[in-house]
Ligand binder design. Sequence first.
Ligand SMILES: *Cc1c(COP(=O)(O)O)cnc(C)c1O
Length: 370
Amino acid sequence: MSPGVSELLLLGPGPSNPYPEATAGLARPVLGHLDPEFLALYAEVGERLRAVFQTANRVTLPVSGTGSAGMECCLVNLLEPGDTAIVGVNGYFGERLCEVARRIGADVVRVEGEWGKPLDPARLLEAQRTTAGGRARLVAVVHAETSTGVRNDVAPLQALQETDTLFVLDTVTSLGGIPVEIDAWGVDAAYSATQKCLGAVSGLAPVTFSERALARVADRAADKPISSFYLDAGLLDAYVYEPHRYHHTASSVLVSALHAGLGRLFDEGLPSAWERHRRIGELLQGALPALGFELIAPAENRLPQLTATRLPAGTDDGKTRRRLRDEFGIEVGGGLGPFAGQAWRIGLMGHGARERSVASLLGALRVLLG
Ligand SMILES: *Cc1c(COP(=O)(O)O)cnc(C)c1O
């Protein structure tokens, strides 16, 4: 292995990453999962997560598992077999939401958008009115589509608050990188992951549930319990908060790392972190077209933290990415779905969102592409 470093942290810091900030907290003492010191740490992580999600939701906690566990946690608590779930699909992670809902036994109604373009929120609201007599259980949408670099406009879905349909939001790539306003947007359940713009190591999935979502969970528990024991929001609540009833053995190492990561985020200031992601993303996006790279997402809905770009004609995708990794220590993601082999996904997330990341990628591309 090269002493190589991942300058562009699409999937989060690796063991030899050049951003030591991302591993802060990992060396703290290991604590038992019911140690009062650990429970105090958990409570503080909950407070910090409420601040970053911009919510007053009492049940806001890190699920033990990656972002996908957060997705499963939100859907398995709110859906049961036969429920209707409306899902916005304009990329890979929208597809995954459909698959998770389908496995729970829900009837999935897809509201499709073209990959690389934002979803039309009016079509999602229209689907809510016209599906299942206006009684669909939930509408689920990905805020920042990591497969295409598109930000979906989700604030208008606040109108779901006036219906019986819950609003579920994937904030895995958005949280910490661009504004996420759980309460102002009327989001009932949201999930994220620690390794993207929160800039910690992977392994935890922050989730938050509104009182309306919890009422649904409580309703269900009365007659038919949630099919997942591990991801049951009521059991997680009783573990993380009073009465601290044993449920599973959470990793104090990961919770410490998230605690430290969120601490650094608030030291910088959330608005400053958003501004840094915006500035660094625009630096890269401003320079790529001159090298022959065409940006996929439209400017108004383009994410700064994830740039999807078509390769210049004649560029060998696999070979160029391999050389970037082996010779320059830079990792970029390949295209997904219809973009496989034709596009790249360049992540500038968390600590990776720095001038030097952009400078080293642009320098390497000038060498590799002539
Ligand atoms: C990465 C990602 C996920 C899944 O998170 P994991 O930590 O890989 O399980 C879900 N949704 C979006 C939008 C993502 O980018």
